[in-house]
Design a protein around this ligand. Structure first.
Ligand SMILES: Cc1cc2nc3c(=O)[nH]c(=O)nc-3n(C[C@H](O)[C@H](O)[C@H](O)COP(=O)(O)O)c2cc1C
Length: 301
């Protein structure tokens, strides 16, 4: 009997749906026992978000400052799992506060030390550098990353910003203003995520995960877009500066967070289209210097 643990946190339910879809083949296999563990915060985050709360979570999210979580059930802590599938959403180019808080807790050490882990992200589209941060968190727990699935909104970057804002601030995963596509990971991709479970299953049965990531990538598990990684890198540099300025000035926090909000809107709609055009023109040259290696890195584990 093989034992698999699915760990997740989800505000809208999207990541939970993804987890349950991936888990389907495991639950149907007679020789596999499946457990779910939902991370629960002591101080929960609002959903839908208000604009103030949304931007106010930025500094602590980016600086990966953990908060208190409720302990997992004793059974989860006591079971010796053969595989753990850790689901996370990206907040501000970083694993979300709930997942970061779990990963930095003693519970994570207890559950994950010495275990093979598959990571699954359900983000808008900018997940790459958050995955690098996740790798560090996993290493700190003594876990081994054996696979990664990065599910995203496949629509154009600027469209997905409009639709996610509507989703986060209304709490409804709907066609914004009646004309935009639905936000987030598509219903079809969520429903079909069980194919990843099918792929992982034989590796679990053999307790050998070599070659798993290549098989997952062949199934479209990783959405690598060179321009998004480039924006992610630039965003991380700017976010480092913004987050430390805000945290060093608690008295002026409200005003600085408002300024940060305007900066983000300007960066997305003012700067990014220009940078996109320049990088598109340079693509053939930069591909051999940078993107080829980068693609291999993000499609790997
Ligand atoms: C505060 C906040 C910041 C976010 N920042 C990012 C981001 O930097 N990159 C990204 O691709 N998605 C970002 N998202 C979208 C989330 O990764 C995720 O797709 C969405 O919140 C749905 O997750 P859920 O399963 O918790 O409902 C952000 C969401 C929130 C609430």
């Amino acid at each position: 009997m093989k034992k698999v643990l699915f760990i997740y946190y989800s505000q809208s339910g999207q990541l939970e749906e993804i987890a349950r879809s991936i888990a389907r083949p495991f639950a149907e296999a007679k020789s596999v026992e499946v457990d779910f563990y939902e991370v629960k915060m002591v101080h929960s985050f609002p959903f839908p978000w208000t604009s103030d709360a949304f931007f106010n979570t930025f500094p602590e999210t980016f600086q990966q400052i953990p908060e208190e979580i409720h302990p997992p059930a004793p059974k989860i802590l006591e079971t010796n799992y053969d595989l753990v599938i850790v689901h996370y959403q990206v907040w501000y180019l970083t694993p979300s506060i709930p997942v970061n808080s779990f990963m930095k807790s003693s519970y994570a050490n207890q559950i994950l030390a010495g275990k093979p882990v598959v990571t699954v992200s359900g983000s808008r589209n900018m997940w790459a550098l958050a995955q690098d941060k996740m790798k560090v968190l996993l290493q700190q727990c003594g876990a081994t990353l054996v696979g990664n699935i990065a599910l995203t909104d496949r629509h154009h970057n600027l469209i997905s910003v409009v639709t996610i804002v509507d989703w986060m601030f209304s709490g409804k995963k709907r066609k914004a203003y009646g004309i935009f596509p639905k936000p987030g990971v598509s219903d079809k991709e969520i429903e079909e995520a069980d194919k990843f479970g099918q792929t992982i299953l034989p590796y679990l049965k053999n307790l050998n995960f070599e070659g798993l990531q290549q098989d997952l990538v062949k199934q479209g598990a990783v959405d690598y877009r060179f321009f998004l990684v480039s924006m992610d890198q630039k965003g991380n540099r700017m976010f480092r500066i913004w987050s430390s300025i805000i945290r060093r000035n608690p008295k002026r926090r409200k005003r600085l967070v408002t300024l940060f909000k305007y900066y983000v809107v300007f960066a997305i709609y003012g700067i990014s289209p220009i940078v996109y055009l320049i990088e598109l023109l340079l693509y053939p040259v930069v591909y051999f210097l940078k993107y080829r290696k980068e693609k291999a890195h993000y499609e790997g584990v």
